[in-house]
Design a protein around this ligand. Structure first.
Ligand SMILES: Cc1cc2nc3c(=O)[nH]c(=O)nc-3n(C[C@H](O)[C@H](O)[C@H](O)COP(=O)(O)O)c2cc1C
Length: 185
């Protein structure tokens, strides 16, 4: 017999191994805010796109609405304390870059900078938004991606052996496991 699960925990149960990332967004004054996000979904199709779910109460949402761009910075499995801090304080009150000792690096296409300590970065420009009340879904085109030498395959891709991202599942953080197959499914 199947046992019903309390719907209030559905979000945690659907988060079984999703990327935990930092979003960077630049304010009109040039200040950069950073926040933790577990709601990034890649979209299928010829055009590289993703959707980011951002709570409307968050400063990040206000800044994306104004700048129409953001950068997705992939956290490494050792950056858990940074994920906690960037997900606990609002950039309206705290300079989280300074708090976490994070440094920025200029992006190639967008004005918003990358987080230098995150080895994989996706530069995004907003194409559309869906307002769902307490959350906005930002549909964005990925204009550029870059990888740091420690995760690079030496050409223009990511070395899957070196790729050590921080994952989020059931409200906990995880490192990735070994591959169980190679190539397409
Ligand atoms: C593990 C984790 C996952 C989170 N995922 C999201 C998310 O997907 N979307 C979101 O808007 N906030 C998410 N948050 C919450 C924001 O990071 C948090 O509210 C942050 O303080 C917002 O900062 P800001 O006001 O500077 O934008 C998450 C926090 C943590 C710790």
């Amino acid at each position: 017999m199947r046992i019903p699960i309390d719907l209030s925990s559905y979000g945690e149960y659907l988060h079984y191994g999703v990327p935990l990332v930092l979003l960077t967004v630049m304010g009109p004054d040039g200040r950069v805010n950073v926040s933790t996000n577990a709601s990034i979904t890649p979209l299928p199709g010829e055009v590289p796109r993703l959707v980011a779910g951002v709570l409307t109460a968050n400063y990040t949402n206000q800044l994306i609405a104004a700048s129409r761009e953001f950068v997705v910075n992939v956290l490494t499995e050792t950056m858990r304390p940074i994920a906690r801090q960037c997900g606990s304080y609002s950039g309206q009150e705290v300079d989280k870059l300074a708090l976490c000792g994070l440094t920025t690096h200029p992006a190639r296409v967008v004005k918003t900078p990358l987080i230098a300590e995150c080895p994989l970065n996706l530069e995004c420009r907003v194409e559309d938004v869906h307002h769902l009340g307490d959350v906005d879904l930002w549909i964005a085109r990925i204009l550029a991606m870059e990888v740091a030498p420690e995760w690079s395959d030496g050409r223009s891709g990511v070395n899957l052996e070196r790729f050590q991202p921080l994952l989020y599942a059931f409200g906990h953080t995880f490192a990735r496991g070994p591959a169980v197959g190679h190539g397409s499914i």
